[in-house]
Design a protein around this ligand. Structure first.
Ligand SMILES: [Cu+2]
Length: 491
């Protein structure tokens, strides 16, 4: 008897019990995450009291003083209209690395078409969904569109289902490099191919821009392949000796990309589409571009030889400019920081203004959830602001990998890094890359009333909870996030 008992014990307590605990633990984490990511029904305009349950009072609360996001549309400016049709469809793509991908495309390609418009244009894009049953949207990353045109499923519209269409209208008010992507199940749909570039050319120089001197380079991950403009191979840019080339880099992947330039000094002339003030020449630096971010480089080709722009993580996707011999590769590089790049703008009044609101957002993680101030997704209280206010947001990186933080509908100014005020050019961004341990203060003018998402643009992190709202007081939405409506913006 004693012998029998002692032989049963070690198996029971040593293997079976831990196994049981592991299974129960994993299952509860799984169900907790599913509840978090797939609430039944949430009104993102005032969700701070809802914890994933249906709130019937919310559903029937049509405050008479409130303005619906749906009613906030593009103003008539008299500018020329540029119209596009975009059809999303399931498409089997044959990549140039031999891989076959079951992609989701716009007009048959991934990335979708490059949309080029001119500053001041009224942009009208009709989105059609052929056969993507989960529904889709179009979000205009970095363009400050009116609330109803922001393309966030469950916040600014319902996802567009097969056979349906939705027309987006906005004014391309600021020139620059932008991109678009679906904001329905964003982490899934961006990787399936539902993204592309939108370039707003400046009105004055639009007629004189020569395409040979400008290169758009959109990086994306399609399924498991990293692509540059839809190709798994590098890019050869034909250019003459001494010629200047503007390179528009967009990181449409989830991970930070490090770029370097060999063969010529270069300038970073714009970040997130916004020009820098007196950007100096750079040499032997590594330029980190966070997910969702855009950097515009100006490269003057040397009198002889090539220039190589390397994507250091994926050297197969490098770009070669010009002709002749290959440049030598720098053996040491410093990491580029915008904190001391360029020069301050004269008569710049903003740094001395006192903000009306101050928020602190701590970006971290607990277990498998990516958190903001310890909470995830709809459990994070929204930042509440009023039109006209100056809003200060302090972002603190507390772990969990790079966090490129994106705020919809606004361009924010970076005031300080790790407590030290910026010394160079004013830096205006829509997506700020935070690395381990960094903190930044950013400020924005609350000048675009609406309901705006603010989230990590590692869309995998957003789907694990690192996504929240910045809501203007008095703005409501008829749309709902959750499994009932099927609107899951950041799943
Ligand atoms: Cu993140």
């Amino acid at each position: 008897m004693i012998k029998k008992k002692s032989s049963k014990h070690p198996i029971f307590y040593g293997i079976l019990v831990p196994l049981l605990i592991l299974i129960v633990g994993a299952a509860s984490v799984y169900f907790w995450q599913m509840r978090l990511q797939k609430p039944v029904e949430i009104n993102m305009a005032h969700h701070e009291h809802g914890l994933g349950s249906v709130s019937h009072t919310d559903l029937h609360d049509h405050s008479p003083t409130g303005v619906s996001c749906e009613a906030i549309t593009a103003k008539e400016t008299g500018g020329p209209t540029r119209s596009f049709d975009m059809t999303a469809a399931r498409t089997t793509l044959q990549l140039d690395n031999g891989q076959t991908v079951e992609a989701w495309t716009f007009n048959g390609s991934a990335p979708g078409p490059e949309l080029r418009v001119i500053e001041g244009d009224r942009v009208v894009v009709t989105l059609h969904n052929k056969d993507i049953k989960e529904g889709i949207t179009l979000h205009w990353h970095g363009i400050n569109v009116p609330c109803s045109q922001d393309g966030v499923a469950g916040v600014t519209q319902d996802a567009v289902h097969p056979g349906e269409q939705f027309t987006y209208t906005f004014i391309a008010s600021a020139p620059g490099t932008y991109w678009y992507h679906s904001h329905q199940m964003s982490s899934v749909q961006a990787k399936k191919g539902l993204l592309g570039s939108i370039i707003v050319e400046p009105r004055e120089s639009a007629a004189t821009l020569s395409p040979a001197k400008e290169v758009n380079a959109l990086y994306q991950r399609l399924d498991s392949s990293l692509l540059l403009n839809g190709s798994s191979k590098g890019l050869d840019v034909p250019a003459q000796a001494g010629e200047q080339v503007r390179l528009r880099l967009t990181n449409g992947d989830n991970e930070t990309m490090n770029f370097s330039v060999d063969g010529a000094p270069f300038q970073i002339i714009a970040m997130d589409g916004r020009d820098l003030h007196e950007p100096g020449l750079l040499k032997d630096v590594t330029v980190p571009v966070g997910a969702g971010g855009r950097y515009d480089l100006l490269i003057r080709l040397p009198e002889s030889g090539k220039v190589i722009v390397r994507n250091q993580s994926f050297e197969g996707l490098s770009m070669t400019l010009g002709s002749g011999s290959m440049p030598e590769r720098a053996d040491a590089r410093t990491m580029f920081s915008f904190a001391e790049y360029g020069t301050p703008q004269e008569g710049d009044p903003l740094p001395t203004l006192k903000p009306d609101r101050n928020f602190v957002l701590k970006l971290g993680q607990s277990l498998f959830v990516k958190t903001i101030n310890g909470h995830a997704f709809h459990e994070i209280p929204p930042m509440s602001v009023k039109e006209g206010e100056l809003v200060s947001i302090t972002l603190v990186h507390e772990g969990g990998g790079d966090h490129p933080f994106h705020i919809h509908g606004h361009t924010f100014r970076v005031m300080s890094r790790n407590g030290l005020p910026l010394k160079g050019s004013p830096i205006y961004l829509d997506t700020l890359l935070l690395k381990n341990g960094e903190s930044y203060e950013v400020q924005l003018k609350a000048d675009n009333p609406g309901l705006w998402m603010a989230h990590c643009h590692n869309l995998g992190h957003a789907s694990l909870g690192m996504t929240m709202m910045m809501n203007y007081e008095g703005i409501s939405t008829p749309f709902r996030v959750g499994t009932k409506s099927g609107n899951l913006p950041d799943l």
